[in-house]
Design a protein around this ligand. Structure first.
Ligand SMILES: [Zn+2]
Length: 303
């Protein structure tokens, strides 16, 4: 199989959580060599969102998120498509800030229930993203897809479907982990868990060799089967978007303490805030912050 992002060759790097991980020799995006079955995936996601709490609303209802949404340059009463938005917080914010109507799509029935009952969203669809075209609205001014594509076996297809669903001059915010970022290694419990998983999957690894791989590009940050099946890089995403006609785009990274791209993590206490600032300013500067973001604009079809 070739890389879904840059078409480069994929080579085995190691085993993680009983899955063989393969990495692109070109852009360093990585995935599992044999993806889990649809059944396994569906079973895994049934109730995935059980930990969403209404109290999280406060992290989204702030002037930074409001300013960010209002600066998108969207038309009045815009239509938003929120793909697998982890309970619908951003949809709720979008409507509450008076930007328009949100359509929330999620495979997880419990996340949909939460969006409907706890966040009072009216347009909630418990369906696959492939079925976007059957929604009552099918062209969207704002498409929002945050930390979803890394969960899929075919992230490239979702990106194409989302671009298809954009209205002319629409804006698409796509976000996933930055596959080569070192930032998260500065969080001790994360790093320790990762080293442990690497040594478990590859009995020949010492702690030192596991660290050496992660500090190199064989990290690949974000992958964690069966949950996260892809780790995508800036280079890969740029290569992929470059092949799509009719769009303008920008790909960049953001650190874990960013209030807009990382609202939950950015809201810790003083000690946590100092730690995340330090990691963002050190490890996060080497190969970019932990979030990989693409802002995609659809060109006016008439031009
Ligand atoms: Zn690649």
């Amino acid at each position: 199989m070739n890389c879904r992002f840059c078409n480069g060759d994929m080579k085995y790097i190691y085993t993680l959580n009983s899955f063989d991980i393969i990495q692109c020799v070109g852009c360093c995006s990585s995935t599992v060599s044999v993806p889990p079955s649809e059944d396994e995936i569906e079973k895994y996601y049934d109730g995935f969102m059980f930990n969403a709490r209404p109290s999280r609303k406060k992290f989204i209802f702030n002037s930074k998120i409001e300013g960010w949404l209002k600066n998108m340059g969207l038309p009045a009463n815009a239509a938003m498509l929120d793909i697998g938005g982890g309970g619908g917080f951003f949809s709720h914010a979008f409507e509450s800030f008076g930007l328009g109507r949100a359509f929330y799509v999620d495979l997880d029935a419990k996340a949909c229930e939460f969006a409907r009952n706890e966040l009072s969203l009216d347009r909630v669809y418990n369906t696959k993203v492939e079925d976007i075209s059957s929604l009552p609205n099918n062209k969207f001014d704002f498409v929002f897809c945050r930390h979803v594509i890394e969960h899929l076996t075919r992230p490239d297809e979702l990106i194409l479907q989302a671009i298809d669903a954009m209205a002319d001059r629409g804006v698409f915010h796509l976000q996933c982990p930055n596959g080569i970022s070192l930032e998260r290694l500065g969080y001790y419990s994360y790093a320790r868990k990762r080293v442990k998983a690497l040594r478990k999957g590859n009995p020949n690894f010492s702690g030192l060799s596991a660290w050496a791989l992660m500090l190199g590009k064989k990290i690949p940050y974000g992958i964690n089967p069966i949950n996260h099946l892809w780790s995508i890089t800036e280079e890969g995403l740029n290569a992929f978007l470059a092949g799509i006609d009719g769009i303008q785009y920008e790909v960049f990274t953001a650190p874990l303490n960013d209030a807009v791209y990382s609202p939950w993590l950015a809201s810790g206490g003083v000690k946590k805030t100092a730690h995340s600032w330090l990691m963002a300013s050190t490890l996060g500067k080497i190969r970019g912050g932990a979030h990989l973001i693409a802002t995609i604009k659809k060109l006016d079809g008439s031009v």
